[in-house]
Every structure is written in structure tokens, then in C-alpha cells.
Design a protein around this ligand. Structure first.
Ligand code: MLT
Length: 254
């Protein structure tokens, strides 16, 4: 677990996207208003969790790993926010460890399962990455996930590329298979009793604004739409992301 900002009280726990790691949150953490500790966890197979023994690919295992890390650190409650794959894991955490999550942030993500073509593509990508022993197949995501304005910022593109290049192929393949296996968790979201933030970049390709609207509607809300950002809002526009997360903490931990 990475303590991105020390603090007091119930922590804000940030779960990263695919195929990167907890560094996704480096810029957001210091900007989150308030004094809650801001923690980030590397999900199994990625970042500092590259050497864990990987079970059968399943995001339930990722959720259990996050719960275990928080328990080890003495946190019985947390505000949990995940971006894209991190959001899928956050919903699995709500399902499997309901007492742990007191507030939920779903950033550039969705509660639904993959359509058949996306599911098949994930399995194909996992096979290519595994066979080639490189992450080349997912490297184009560094630009594909970003909004137009961010694509014109070479320092951001090369930073994201660097994060992707540093991931182990085995962890990338495992994550793709785990995401492919995830069920629809719309009912889990609907049953969550705490505050929910749904946030999306206005140019998010994988989870467009309409998808975020549908996700927020499940809990009777509206998404926060971040102008000028694509899918990786945390690195593209950290200020509004941090502000929204700070507001979620205030709603979740009165
Ligand atoms: C991510 O950013 O985590 C990925 O785009 C998630 C996905 O492939 O569904």
C-alpha cells in the first residue's frame, strides 16, 4: 500500500486503472481537500504487487487483496474510489466486504459486464501479451485512453507510456482475463447505501458520458463531467478529480 498523503481518520483509498499502477494517483493525492489519509493500492500482478502469486483471474481476488491490505494497516472503514478497472474492483469490494466501504467513487468506469466482443478481445489481448512476453499490445492505450487536449501534451503521453512499459506481461494478461470474467454489478451499486460519486472525462472513449449517466442514474444521481479530459482523468485533470474526491469524503465521513 502506498501512503500518498498522510492524514487522520477514515482513509480515502484509490484503485488504479489498467494497465498502469498506483502512480496514476500521484498528482491527485496532494490536492484532495481535507486531512483524510490518501492511500493507493497496486492491484494484483501490477506495480509493486507484480510478484504476488496470482490465483485464477478474477477481480474478486483483487478486491480481497485490497481488503487484506487495509486490514493489515488497521483500517476497518474506507472511502474507496476506483478509476476504470479500479472501479470494477471497488464494486467487487462493496459486494464482498460491505462493511468496509463507507463511500464509493466510480471514475471513468461502469457497473455492467463486457459485451461479447469486448470480452473476446480481452482474452485475445491476454494471449498475445503472454505469448509475446511483452506489453507492446497494450502500449497504444497510452494515447487511446487520453482526451484530445492531453494527447497534445507529450510529457503526459510519455509518462503513461512509461507506466505501461513497466508492467509485467503476466500481470497485464491476468488483469485482462480477470476483467473479462467480471459479472454485471449494477445490483451491487443499487444496493450500496452510502454516498456515491460518479465522475467521467467528457472525452472518455471506453466509458463515455452516456454510460456514466446511466451508472449515476442507478443511485439516482448525475455524474460529474470533467471538461478537457479523456478516460484517465486522474492524470489528465487532477484538480477537479481531487476536488470531487474531497467532497465524497466529506459526504461519507461526516
Ligand atoms: C482501464 O482503464 O482500467 C481499462 O480501460 C478498463 C477496461 O479495459 O475496461
Amino acid at each position: 500500500m502506498h501512503v500518498l498523503r498522510p492524514g487522520t481518520g477514515t482513509p480515502l483509498v484509490l484503485l488504479h486503472a489498467f494497465p498502469v499502477d498506483a502512480r496514476l494517483w500521484e498528482d491527485v493525492a496532494p490536492l484532495v481537500p481535507g486531512d483524510a489519509p490518501v492511500l493507493a493500492v497496486d492491484l494484483p500482478g501490477l506495480g509493486a504487487a507484480r510478484d504476488v502469486t496470482l490465483p485464477e483471474p478474477a477481480l474478486e481476488a483483487s478486491a480481497d487483496a485490497v481488503a487484506a491490505v487495509l486490514a493489515d494497516a488497521g483500517h476497518a472503514r474506507a472511502v474507496v474510489a476506483g478509476l476504470s478497472m479500479g472501479g470494477y474492483v471497488a464494486l467487487a469490494l462493496v459486494e464482498r466486504h460491505p462493511d468496509l466501504v463507507v463511500g464509493l467513487g466510480l471514475l471513468d468506469t461502469k457497473a455492467t459486464a463486457d459485451p461479447e466482443d469486448a470480452h473476446a478481445n480481452r482474452l485475445r489481448v491476454a494471449d498475445v501479451v503472454e505469448r509475446s512476453g511483452t506489453v507492446d499490445e497494450v502500449l497504444p492505450m497510452a494515447t487511446a485512453l487520453l482526451g484530445d487536449a492531453t494527447r497534445a501534451r507529450p510529457e503526459v503521453v510519455s509518462r503513461v507510456e512509461g507506466w505501461i512499459r513497466s508492467q509485467p506481461p503476466a500481470g497485464v494478461a491476468w488483469s485482462q482475463r480477470a476483467m473479462a470474467a467480471r459479472p454485471d454489478r449494477t445490483a451491487v451499486l443499487a444496493g450500496f447505501g452510502g454516498p456515491v460519486l460518479v465522475l467521467v472525462g467528457e472525452q472518455d472513449g471506453p466509458t463515455p458520458v452516456e454510460v456514466a449517466r446511466a451508472t449515476a442514474a442507478v443511485v439516482g444521481g448525475e455524474p460529474v463531467v470533467v471538461p478537457g479530459a479523456g478516460h484517465l482523468t486522474a492524470v489528465e485533470t487532477p484538480e477537479p478529480v481531487a476536488a470531487a474526491l474531497g467532497a465524497l469524503v466529506v459526504r461519507s465521513v461526516p
